[in-house]
Ligand binder design. Structure first.
Ligand SMILES: Nc1ncnc2c1ncn2[C@@H]1O[C@H](COP(=O)(O)OP(=O)(O)O)[C@@H](O)[C@H]1O
Ligand SMILES: [Mg+2]
Length: 291
């Protein structure tokens, strides 16, 4: 999980291989690891140099926007590493295809049984609470490092964006890179790179709502509340235990004031309205991170 130095020959070989893969349509046709991503449908090649990787192909965009995205992704990965959050080896590349450039992330593949969602569904309660603790540590680490840093940084540690390997939380969703973008700029990123064409088409009407999707990613307590809310929706019968865990974690590991904890974690948190509204308005099915 230690980042390898970016070697130029490897970058070129990877870029060439990805150009060929994208041009042949393999990534678009192949068996997906997931179909629920908001931005991409990660693909794990069955053979070849990327057989231990997942390939995340994003939409293209105007040149300057892509260059900024590449810089921000580098900065975000650096930030995550410096904060002590564990991330699988991850590379962001702009791959030339038919005269334009396509943003692609190549990331070490994690085994399906390490995915937090699978663990939360398949484990007895004491183990599910250990999984929550591992995820909580990731959240606490991120925000403790973010404190006092000048950039605007956000984090989306949802159940679908985390894995647990050897008892330690691993965060793997580095897109969009939530660093250095203003609220309005991130709103534009959310539209321009959404893989949903209805969302892009409706963006002028839904601009404020789409911008609002990011809000909970930029407030430490809200990221924890989002995680607890998902756990409660996944296992309603264990909600009270997740709430107790969340209140204790917020107080002891994140120094959240008691009145905020009381207000946000006395009952199972509801989904933030922005995302549900957008999803319902567009009739999107199987949306990510809602459970
Ligand atoms: N490195 C990985 N190894 C295995 N599965 C992955 C990996 N990265 C993503 N996935 C799967 O794909 C889903 C979506 O990936 P993610 O990076 O979160 O994209 P998005 O930004 O579209 O949410 C994840 O919830 C997970 O199921
Ligand atoms: Mg995700």
């Amino acid at each position: 999980m230690v980042p390898t130095p970016q070697s130029a020959p490897k970058t070129q070989a990877w870029t060439d291989a990805l150009t060929a893969m994208l041009a042949s349509g393999e990534t678009a046709r192949g068996q997906k690891v997931s179909r629920l991503g908001y931005f991409c449908e990660p693909y794990r090649p069955p053979s070849g140099i990327f057989s231990d990787k997942v390939i995340k192909v994003y939409r293209g965009a105007a040149g300057a926007e892509l260059d900024r995205l590449a810089r921000a992704h580098d900065a975000y990965l650096d930030f995550l590493h410096a904060s002590g959050v564990r991330v699988p080896e991850t590379r962001f590349l702009l791959v030339p295809v038919e005269g334009s450039r396509v943003p692609v992330i190549v990331q070490q593949a994690l085994e399906p049984e390490t995915m937090m969602r699978a663990l939360m569904i398949g484990s007895p309660l004491p183990e599910a609470l250990e999984v929550m603790q591992a995820a909580g540590e990731v959240i606490a680490r991120f925000w403790s490092f973010a404190q006092g840093r000048p950039e605007r940084v956000g984090f989306h540690p949802s159940i679908r964006n985390l894995a647990v390997v050897d008892g330690e939380g691993v965060f793997f969703d580095t897109f969009p890179p939530l660093i250095g973008y203003s609220h309005a700029e991130m709103g534009k990123v959310l539209v321009d790179f959404s893989s949903n064409r209805w969302l892009r088409a409706a963006a002028p009407l839904l601009r404020r709502r789409i911008e609002g999707i990011q809000n909970e990613w930029y407030v430490p307590m809200d990221t924890l509340v989002g995680l607890v809310g998902s756990a409660c929706r996944l296992r309603p019968e264990d909600s009270e235990d997740f709430l107790v865990w969340g209140r204790e974690f917020a107080a002891s590991r994140m120094a959240i004031p008691p009145e905020t904890i009381e207000a946000e974690l006395s009952e199972p948190p509801r989904l933030p309205g922005y995302w549900t509204t957008v999803r319902n308005l567009l009739g999107m099915q199987g949306a990510p991170n809602t459970r």
